[in-house]
Design a protein around this ligand. Structure first.
Ligand code: SF4
Ligand code: SF4
Length: 442
């Protein structure tokens, strides 16, 4: 690796790379941890998403460069690239590089959900258990999404993060994966995929299991991996539309206490003290709620409980999310730090097969292989948000009327450790600057 640890961290900061598969944690901060093992997470375990797989095929060299840089920065002696066993093209793209890199190995995963959950991934690959409510570095492991590692590889070459590969699926004429400049509207992306095939549709940003409802005027950010277009009457749209209050009323009246939500919960199966059926019981009977409520900190929001497990269509996840929001508002800290001793003995039999998931989610007709569109979308304008990452929003460095080039730095955090830099994703001139976004028009 021709770069020092500090050079790697500096370049990744300068490029504005953040965790592509999660909430957008700045990558340069993650690289400052120490680790024994790095895992490149290419599980892409949500149905209908293909962006990571396609990007690996296009840029295997950058993935390897990014992974080696992460190893050099963190001191990790070993790395694993975790892919599903049936990602044949991605595996073929990577294998030739591994012949001369014995410290990096492929780890092939079964086709279950959520194979890409960090805690599951660490256990599957290293046999180590991350403490409940904790993070992988506490087990000596760092997990980076493969897209983030590719972006780190590009950052080393001086390339700023200005676009995302986005999978557009569902009710569109041409399902595809397409490179999209950051700040492009979702409506523009859907148009590039041939437009919707139904009149009355709803959008889900992300995958069907962990996504959220979105509007066409929202924009692509550093953490946008997918857009799914569904008929307004689709059951997923109905599930995502219910308010927490409605969810609570339904849970109180309909929960039959079967505990399937607990028995299939991936975190419970790893030995964490999370039992959603007890949280619902406490809510229903207004029992002493503290221990049941604080288990909200252990929920990874995977959606197995509401999308797959519950026979009554209830959503323990939505209730846990509402509790977490309330805890955040009140400044309550996570009290759970125990390291599980063993996973549940039945864990391996209770993994959710993806084929079953597709059936219960009602997305079978959309399970097609999308086309790869290598020509980037060219919007006339972009609205680049200043907070695409965990931390404080970046502060604008440009003014209305100023010309900008693609890749030019346009906003940065007041202090480096509080956020991520932001760059122009198209060439044009600045047409608006607010506290929330910078707009560029061609
Ligand atoms: S969303 Fe449900 S299944 Fe997933 S971790 Fe949370 S409680 Fe468990
Ligand atoms: S699976 Fe549904 S009905 Fe069964 S205990 Fe959980 S929330 Fe209640």
């Amino acid at each position: 690796m021709p770069y020092s640890r500090q050079q790697i961290i500096n370049r990744v900061y300068a490029a504005g790379v953040v965790g592509a598969g999660g909430a957008g944690f700045p990558a340069y901060l993650k690289l400052q941890s120490k680790a024994e093992i790095i895992i490149a997470n290419g599980a892409e375990c949500e149905p209908l998403l293909y962006s990571d797989q396609y990007l690996i095929v296009q840029k295997p060299d950058q993935l390897i460069n990014g992974l080696r840089a992460a190893m050099a920065a963190t001191g990790a002696a070993r790395a694993y690239i975790a892919l599903k066993a049936h990602y044949a093209e991605a595996i073929s793209a990577i294998e030739p590089y591994l012949e001369r890199l014995p410290q990096i190995k492929l780890h092939l995963l079964q086709d279950f959900y959520p194979a890409g959950d960090e805690h599951s991934l660490v256990y599957e690959i290293s046999g180590r258990l991350v403490p409940e409510g904790g993070i992988p570095p506490q087990a000596g492991v760092l997990v980076h999404n493969v897209t983030s590692l590719i972006q780190i590889g590009e950052a080393l070459a001086g390339k700023a993060l200005v676009e995302r590969a986005v999978t557009v699926m569902g009710e569109v004429k041409k399902p595809q994966v397409i490179p999209v400049p950051l700040g492009t509207s979702l409506a523009e992306v859907i148009k590039a995929a041939g437009g919707p095939t139904v009149d009355n549709y709803a959008l889900i940003r992300g995958g069907p299991m962990m996504g959220q409802l979105a509007q066409g005027d929202e924009v692509v950010t550093k953490t946008s991996g997918g857009i799914i277009v569904l008929p307004q009457a689709h059951l997923l749209v109905g599930k995502y539309s219910l308010s927490p209050l409605k969810q609570l009323q339904r849970a109180r009246s309909a929960c039959e206490g079967c505990r399937l939500c607990t028995d299939l919960c991936p975190r419970y199966l790893l030995g964490h003290r999370i039992e959603p059926h007890l949280m619902i019981r406490a809510l229903s009977y207004e029992l002493d709620m503290t221990p049941y409520f604080s288990s909200a900190f252990l929920c990874c929001q995977c959606g197995i409980c509401d999308m797959l497990a519950c026979p009554c269509q209830l959503s323990p996840r939505a209730l846990y999310m509402a509790i977490k929001r309330e805890f955040a508002r009140l400044g309550v800290q996570n009290p759970h730090r125990k390291k599980p001793e063993n996973p549940h003995p039945d864990r391996s039999h209770r993994k959710a097969a993806l084929s079953r998931l597709a059936r219960v989610l009602g997305i079978g007709p959309y399970m097609v292989r999308p086309a790869l569109n290598t020509a980037p979308l060219m919007p006339d304008s972009v609205r680049i948000t200043l907070q695409q990452h965990i931390g404080l929003p970046a502060e604008p460095l440009v003014a209305v009327g100023e010309p900008v080039k693609r890749g030019q730095l346009i906003a940065q955090p007041a202090k480096a450790e509080t956020g991520a830099t932001v760059h122009a994703s198209i060439k044009g001139s600045i047409s608006a600057v607010t506290n929330g976004y910078i707009e560029i028009k061609v």
